[in-house]
Write a protein that binds this ligand. Structure first.
Ligand SMILES: NC(=O)c1ccc[n+]([C@@H]2O[C@H](COP(=O)([O-])OP(=O)(O)OC[C@H]3O[C@@H](n4cnc5c(N)ncnc54)[C@H](O)[C@@H]3O)[C@@H](O)[C@H]2O)c1
Ligand SMILES: [Zn+2]
Length: 391
């Protein structure tokens, strides 16, 4: 049969490069790591603009000057004449669509183009908002992320998406965009509050449960050292980052076109909980609760051994991540999260559950009675934690 010339289906692929660097002092002795990521463009010095999470600037008052000193030293190979720009930290930056316009205007006033670099330093929320603006300006300015939270270093900073919240929905507007580079700097984490520091470990637990049972056991036996912010934290964050990177680069579906989104394990309820709590619950805490719920559900319905589910609950509570919140009692509202999760991707509902630790499965139906039971068990556990004053 001759091919129909009026109907062409032509597959094509594009190769991306994901660059992850790990440093100890990115605006000091490791500054070359950042300048090496900034490539000259046909002999011209590329323009570079720095964006900084306001809270990070408050906690590190010397940071803007250190960035400016870096810019002066690198003036031979880049043009970063605009001052360091500040944006509010935390979810508020993602809840105000007008901030995006302000960011875009700054890009425009600095004449940034597609060979320019936006360097964003901050928590996952700031990375998402500035990253979204960088992705839509000129259809994509090069983005270098310098994550400053454990969560962003262990997970979101490596991701190939960005977003802000709209219509009371998490991440309703956003794009897929591979960052030019990601620099995980260890010392930037030192000013994090204990609460925010521990939050990142929920995503490490999540990826360990999906991919690497030995990694989960390491986290579970290190909870005391993690709570004291000991050395083990660096290797756990790095291992979590590598797993996320591996999933994105080798998992076969970086732009989430298929129905399964395993890295969103526990997130159908987590995103809903964040919104229902008016963002009082941090993403990491909501994820810990969501992971706990789906782990217990997996033990009730999908054969995950009870002892494994108990080990996960113990690990998350020892990490002080299971916070009690009234949002958890709004079960019907919570179930709306399932439909939002389905609707975000389209097609049929696909949620990741566990058959064992390191053995994820996709399921397409949720038994609401069993899920209520799982939620109740997690609520009981979080209430018990509160009473024993662990938080
Ligand atoms: N794009 C993705 O693939 C992806 C994946 C997972 C999560 N996320 C998003 O990431 C966001 C959560 O990010 P997060 O957990 O990093 O928290 P966050 O960005 O909300 O930061 C928490 C708080 O810590 C402050 N902070 C950040 N770094 C600090 C530092 N070094 N010292 C002192 N304070 C600091 C922030 O200003 C904020 O007040 C959520 O919006 C979530 O949806 C995105
Ligand atoms: Zn997450």
């Amino acid at each position: 049969m001759p091919a129909d010339p009026s109907s062409l289906n032509v597959p094509f692929s594009v190769t991306f490069l994901h660059r992850l660097r790990m440093t100890n002092d990115i605006f000091g002795r490791d500054a070359a790591v950042l300048s090496d990521l900034i490539e000259p463009s046909e002999g011209r010095r590329p323009r570079v603009q720095f964006w900084l999470d306001e809270q990070v600037a408050t906690m590190n008052p010397q940071l803007p000057q250190r960035i400016q000193a870096f810019c002066r030293k690198s003036a031979g190979c880049m043009d970063s004449s605009t001052k360091v720009q500040l944006v509010p930290g935390g979810e508020s930056v993602k809840n105000d669509v007008h901030i995006i316009e302000r960011i875009l205007r700054c890009f425009h006033h600095a004449d940034l183009d597609r060979r320019s670099y936006v360097v964003v330093i901050g928590g996952g929320a700031v990375l998402d908002a500035v990253g979204f603006a960088a992705a839509i300006a000129h259809r994509g300015i090069r983005l270098i992320r310098i994550p400053t939270t454990t969560l962003a270093q262990a997970d979101s900073g490596l991701g190939v998406k960005n977003s802000i919240n709209l219509f009371d929905r998490k991440n309703w507007v956003g794009t897929f965009a591979v960052p030019w580079g990601v620099i995980n700097d260890r010392t930037l984490l030192t000013t994090l509050s204990d609460r925010d520091f521990l939050c990142g470990f929920s995503e490490a637990v999540k990826v360990a449960l999906l991919k690497d049972a030995a990694f989960f056991r390491l986290i579970a036996r290190s909870t005391g050292e993690i709570c004291h912010r000991g050395d083990v934290c660096t290797s756990i964050i790095a291992r979590s980052a590598r797993w996320h990177l591996k999933h994105i680069t080798e998992g076969g579906d970086p732009f989430e076109m298929l129905e399964s989104r395993p890295l969103d394990f526990g997130h159908w309820s987590a995103h809903r909980l964040e919104a229902l709590s008016g963002f009082e619950l941090r993403h990491g805490e909501a994820v810990a609760t969501g992971v706990a719920i789906d782990t217990v559900y997996s033990s009730l319905v999908h054969g995950l051994p009870r002892a494994d589910a108990e080990a996960v609950m113990r690990c998350l509570s020892e990490l002080r991540l299971l916070r009690s919140h009234t949002a958890l009692q709004q079960t019907d509202d919570l179930f709306d999260g399932l439909e939002e999760f389905r609707q975000h991707l389209g097609g049929r509902l696909t949620v990741t559950m566990l058959r064992g630790i390191g053995h994820p499965i996709d399921v397409h139906e949720i038994d609401h009675d069993r899920m209520r039971q799982a939620i109740d068990l997690v609520v009981d556990r979080t209430a018990a934690i509160r009473q024993s004053d662990c938080l």
